[in-house]
Design a protein around this ligand. Structure first.
Ligand code: AMX
Length: 434
């Protein structure tokens, strides 16, 4: 057993004990009530999920295992000379709750390297798909195609204790995560660079290897590390995390569960928003003859978008009520590395223009930018202008968080998820409508 897995195994019994105690001894304690408006409002705010991996405070933003984004960036170990922490170290933190040492990280880096070989049938399948297939469909299909590799399935079929489910979930998740950077980079170079895949370099860490396989020079390795870290987890209720958790609760293995979660990430109100942001920004630039608009022109463009019944992509959030710290972290990177980039300047102008307009319009509960308002501009700067691809990178990052979550779901014995539904007749009766 690797030191990493041993560490996790050490942590599980005390968490299991706490969860069993809460569920058994305090099983009747009321946590929340459900309102009619929440049943028809996407279940916003209902406290009915549990995770220790991240917590989203509406005002402060995400904390990973109790650490804010600036704290993670400062405390997690970095490769000598690197600006951003190892993705492997962040994964270690999410899974164990501890900030890793250099040697802990080496353990994970080496483990990933051993598991990273992508079987040829995955590439064959991707090449057999229609060239116009959305890269997110290709990515999700690749994850699903790998399902035959699941170690959970044969162990489950052979009969195993519920207490041990987490072990093959861990193995499947590690095997899957190790392969995602190569699958994602392959899709990029297959679709947009004339099928010129670049072989992985096993001596590189997760973020740097992805940058290498994309064929993009430093500091793209730094932005890859940052990007995967920032997109990893956002509590349990968002569509990708919740879907992965739900599907895994049926004891569908991590391949099935992640592929389902990624399907949710592909929606325009969720992960696809970063592609929408760039598409929308290009619309502004096209209209302005590729020049920066004036503030007045930009205000008009924003109002025109709203008046045509569309949302402003990259703004608003179901939980957050301030500027997303994931936006801020990317803005700080951009201020340092690409302050004169034209699209970055436009994104900065939007930061001034959009919030007051959304407030004036009075619909959005949160007028501030979310992570997606910034992700695309940095990718564009480093030459990744094929914005259909952005959600795939979001997916690589999100996999780190959602897979950590389903390993822990099995570790603490989370049950099959099965909420109850009511009919309109029943609700009208409850409401006292005659
Ligand atoms: N532009 C215009 N209108 C917006 C808006 C925006 N950016 N954000 C919210 N609104 C509107 C909603 O459409 C809704 O209108 P309705 O009453 O006519 O249906 C109203 O404001 C209230 O919505 P809300 O409670 O503030 O937001 P929500 O929880 O229902 O939805 C989100 C949250 C993110 C889907 C929404 O803000 C949105 O559509 N934003 C643009 C798309 C986007 O950036 N998505 C990415 C989110 C982050 C992620 O998952 N990657």
């Amino acid at each position: 057993m690797s030191k990493f897995k041993e560490k996790l195994a050490e942590k599980i019994p005390s968490y299991r004990e706490r969860v069993t105690r809460l569920a058994k001894e305090y099983g009747d304690v009321v946590i929340d009530q459900v309102k009619m408006s929440q049943m028809y409002g996407g279940m916003r705010g209902i406290k009915c999920l549990t995770t220790d991996i991240s917590y989203l405070d509406p005002e402060e933003g995400i904390r990973f295992r109790g650490y804010t984004i600036p704290e993670c960036l400062a405390k997690l170990p970095k490769k000598a000379g690197a600006e951003m922490p190892y993705v492997e170290g962040h994964f270690y933190l999410l899974l164990t709750g501890d900030i890793p040492t250099e040697s802990d990280i080496k353990d994970v880096v080496d483990d990933f390297a051993k598991r990273s070989k992508v079987p040829k049938y995955v590439f064959d399948m991707l090449r057999a798909m229609h060239k116009d297939t959305h890269p997110m469909t290709m990515f999700n299909a690749a994850v699903l195609a790998l399902q035959k590799e699941s170690e959970f399935v044969p162990k489950y079929n052979a009969g195993m204790s519920k207490m041990d489910y987490w072990d093959p979930f861990f193995e499947d998740s590690m095997n899957l995560l190790a392969k995602l950077p190569e699958i994602a980079a392959f899709i990029y170079r297959y679709k947009y660079k004339g099928d010129t895949a670049i072989d992985p370099d096993p001596s590189l860490d997760f973020g740097a290897n992805f940058a290498h396989m994309m064929g993009i020079k430093s500091p793209y390795d730094e932005i890859s590390r940052l990007y995967f870290l920032l997109h990893s987890d956002h509590e349990s209720g968002n569509v990708s995390a919740h879907t992965t958790h739900l599907v895994a609760s049926a004891l569908s293995d991590p391949y099935y569960a992640l592929s389902a979660g990624l399907d949710g990430l592909a929606g325009p109100l969720h992960g696809l928003a970063n592609q929408e942001v760039l598409r929308w920004i290009q619309g502004v630039m096209d209209k302005m003859g590729n020049e920066l608009p004036t503030m007045e022109d930009l205000k008009k463009f924003v109002w025109d978008t709203l008046k045509s019944g569309q949302v402003i992509p990259g703004y608003g959030h179901a939980v957050l009520r301030k500027t997303d710290p994931r936006y801020t972290a990317q803005r700080e990177f951009a201020l340092k590395h690409l302050p004169d980039d034209k699209i970055f300047k436009l994104v900065s102008m939007l930061y001034e223009v959009v919030p007051p307009i959304l407030v004036e319009q009075g619909k959005a509960k949160n007028p501030w930018p979310n992570v997606d308002a910034h992700s695309g501009v940095i990718q564009w700067h480093y030459g990744v202008t094929e914005y259909d691809f952005y959600t795939v990178m979001f997916g690589v990052g999100r996999a780190i968080g959602v897979l950590s979550n389903i390993i822990w779901d099995r570790a603490v014995g989370q049950a099959l998820e099965r909420p109850k539904s009511l009919t309109i007749d029943m609700l009208e009766k409850i409401a006292g409508i005659k």
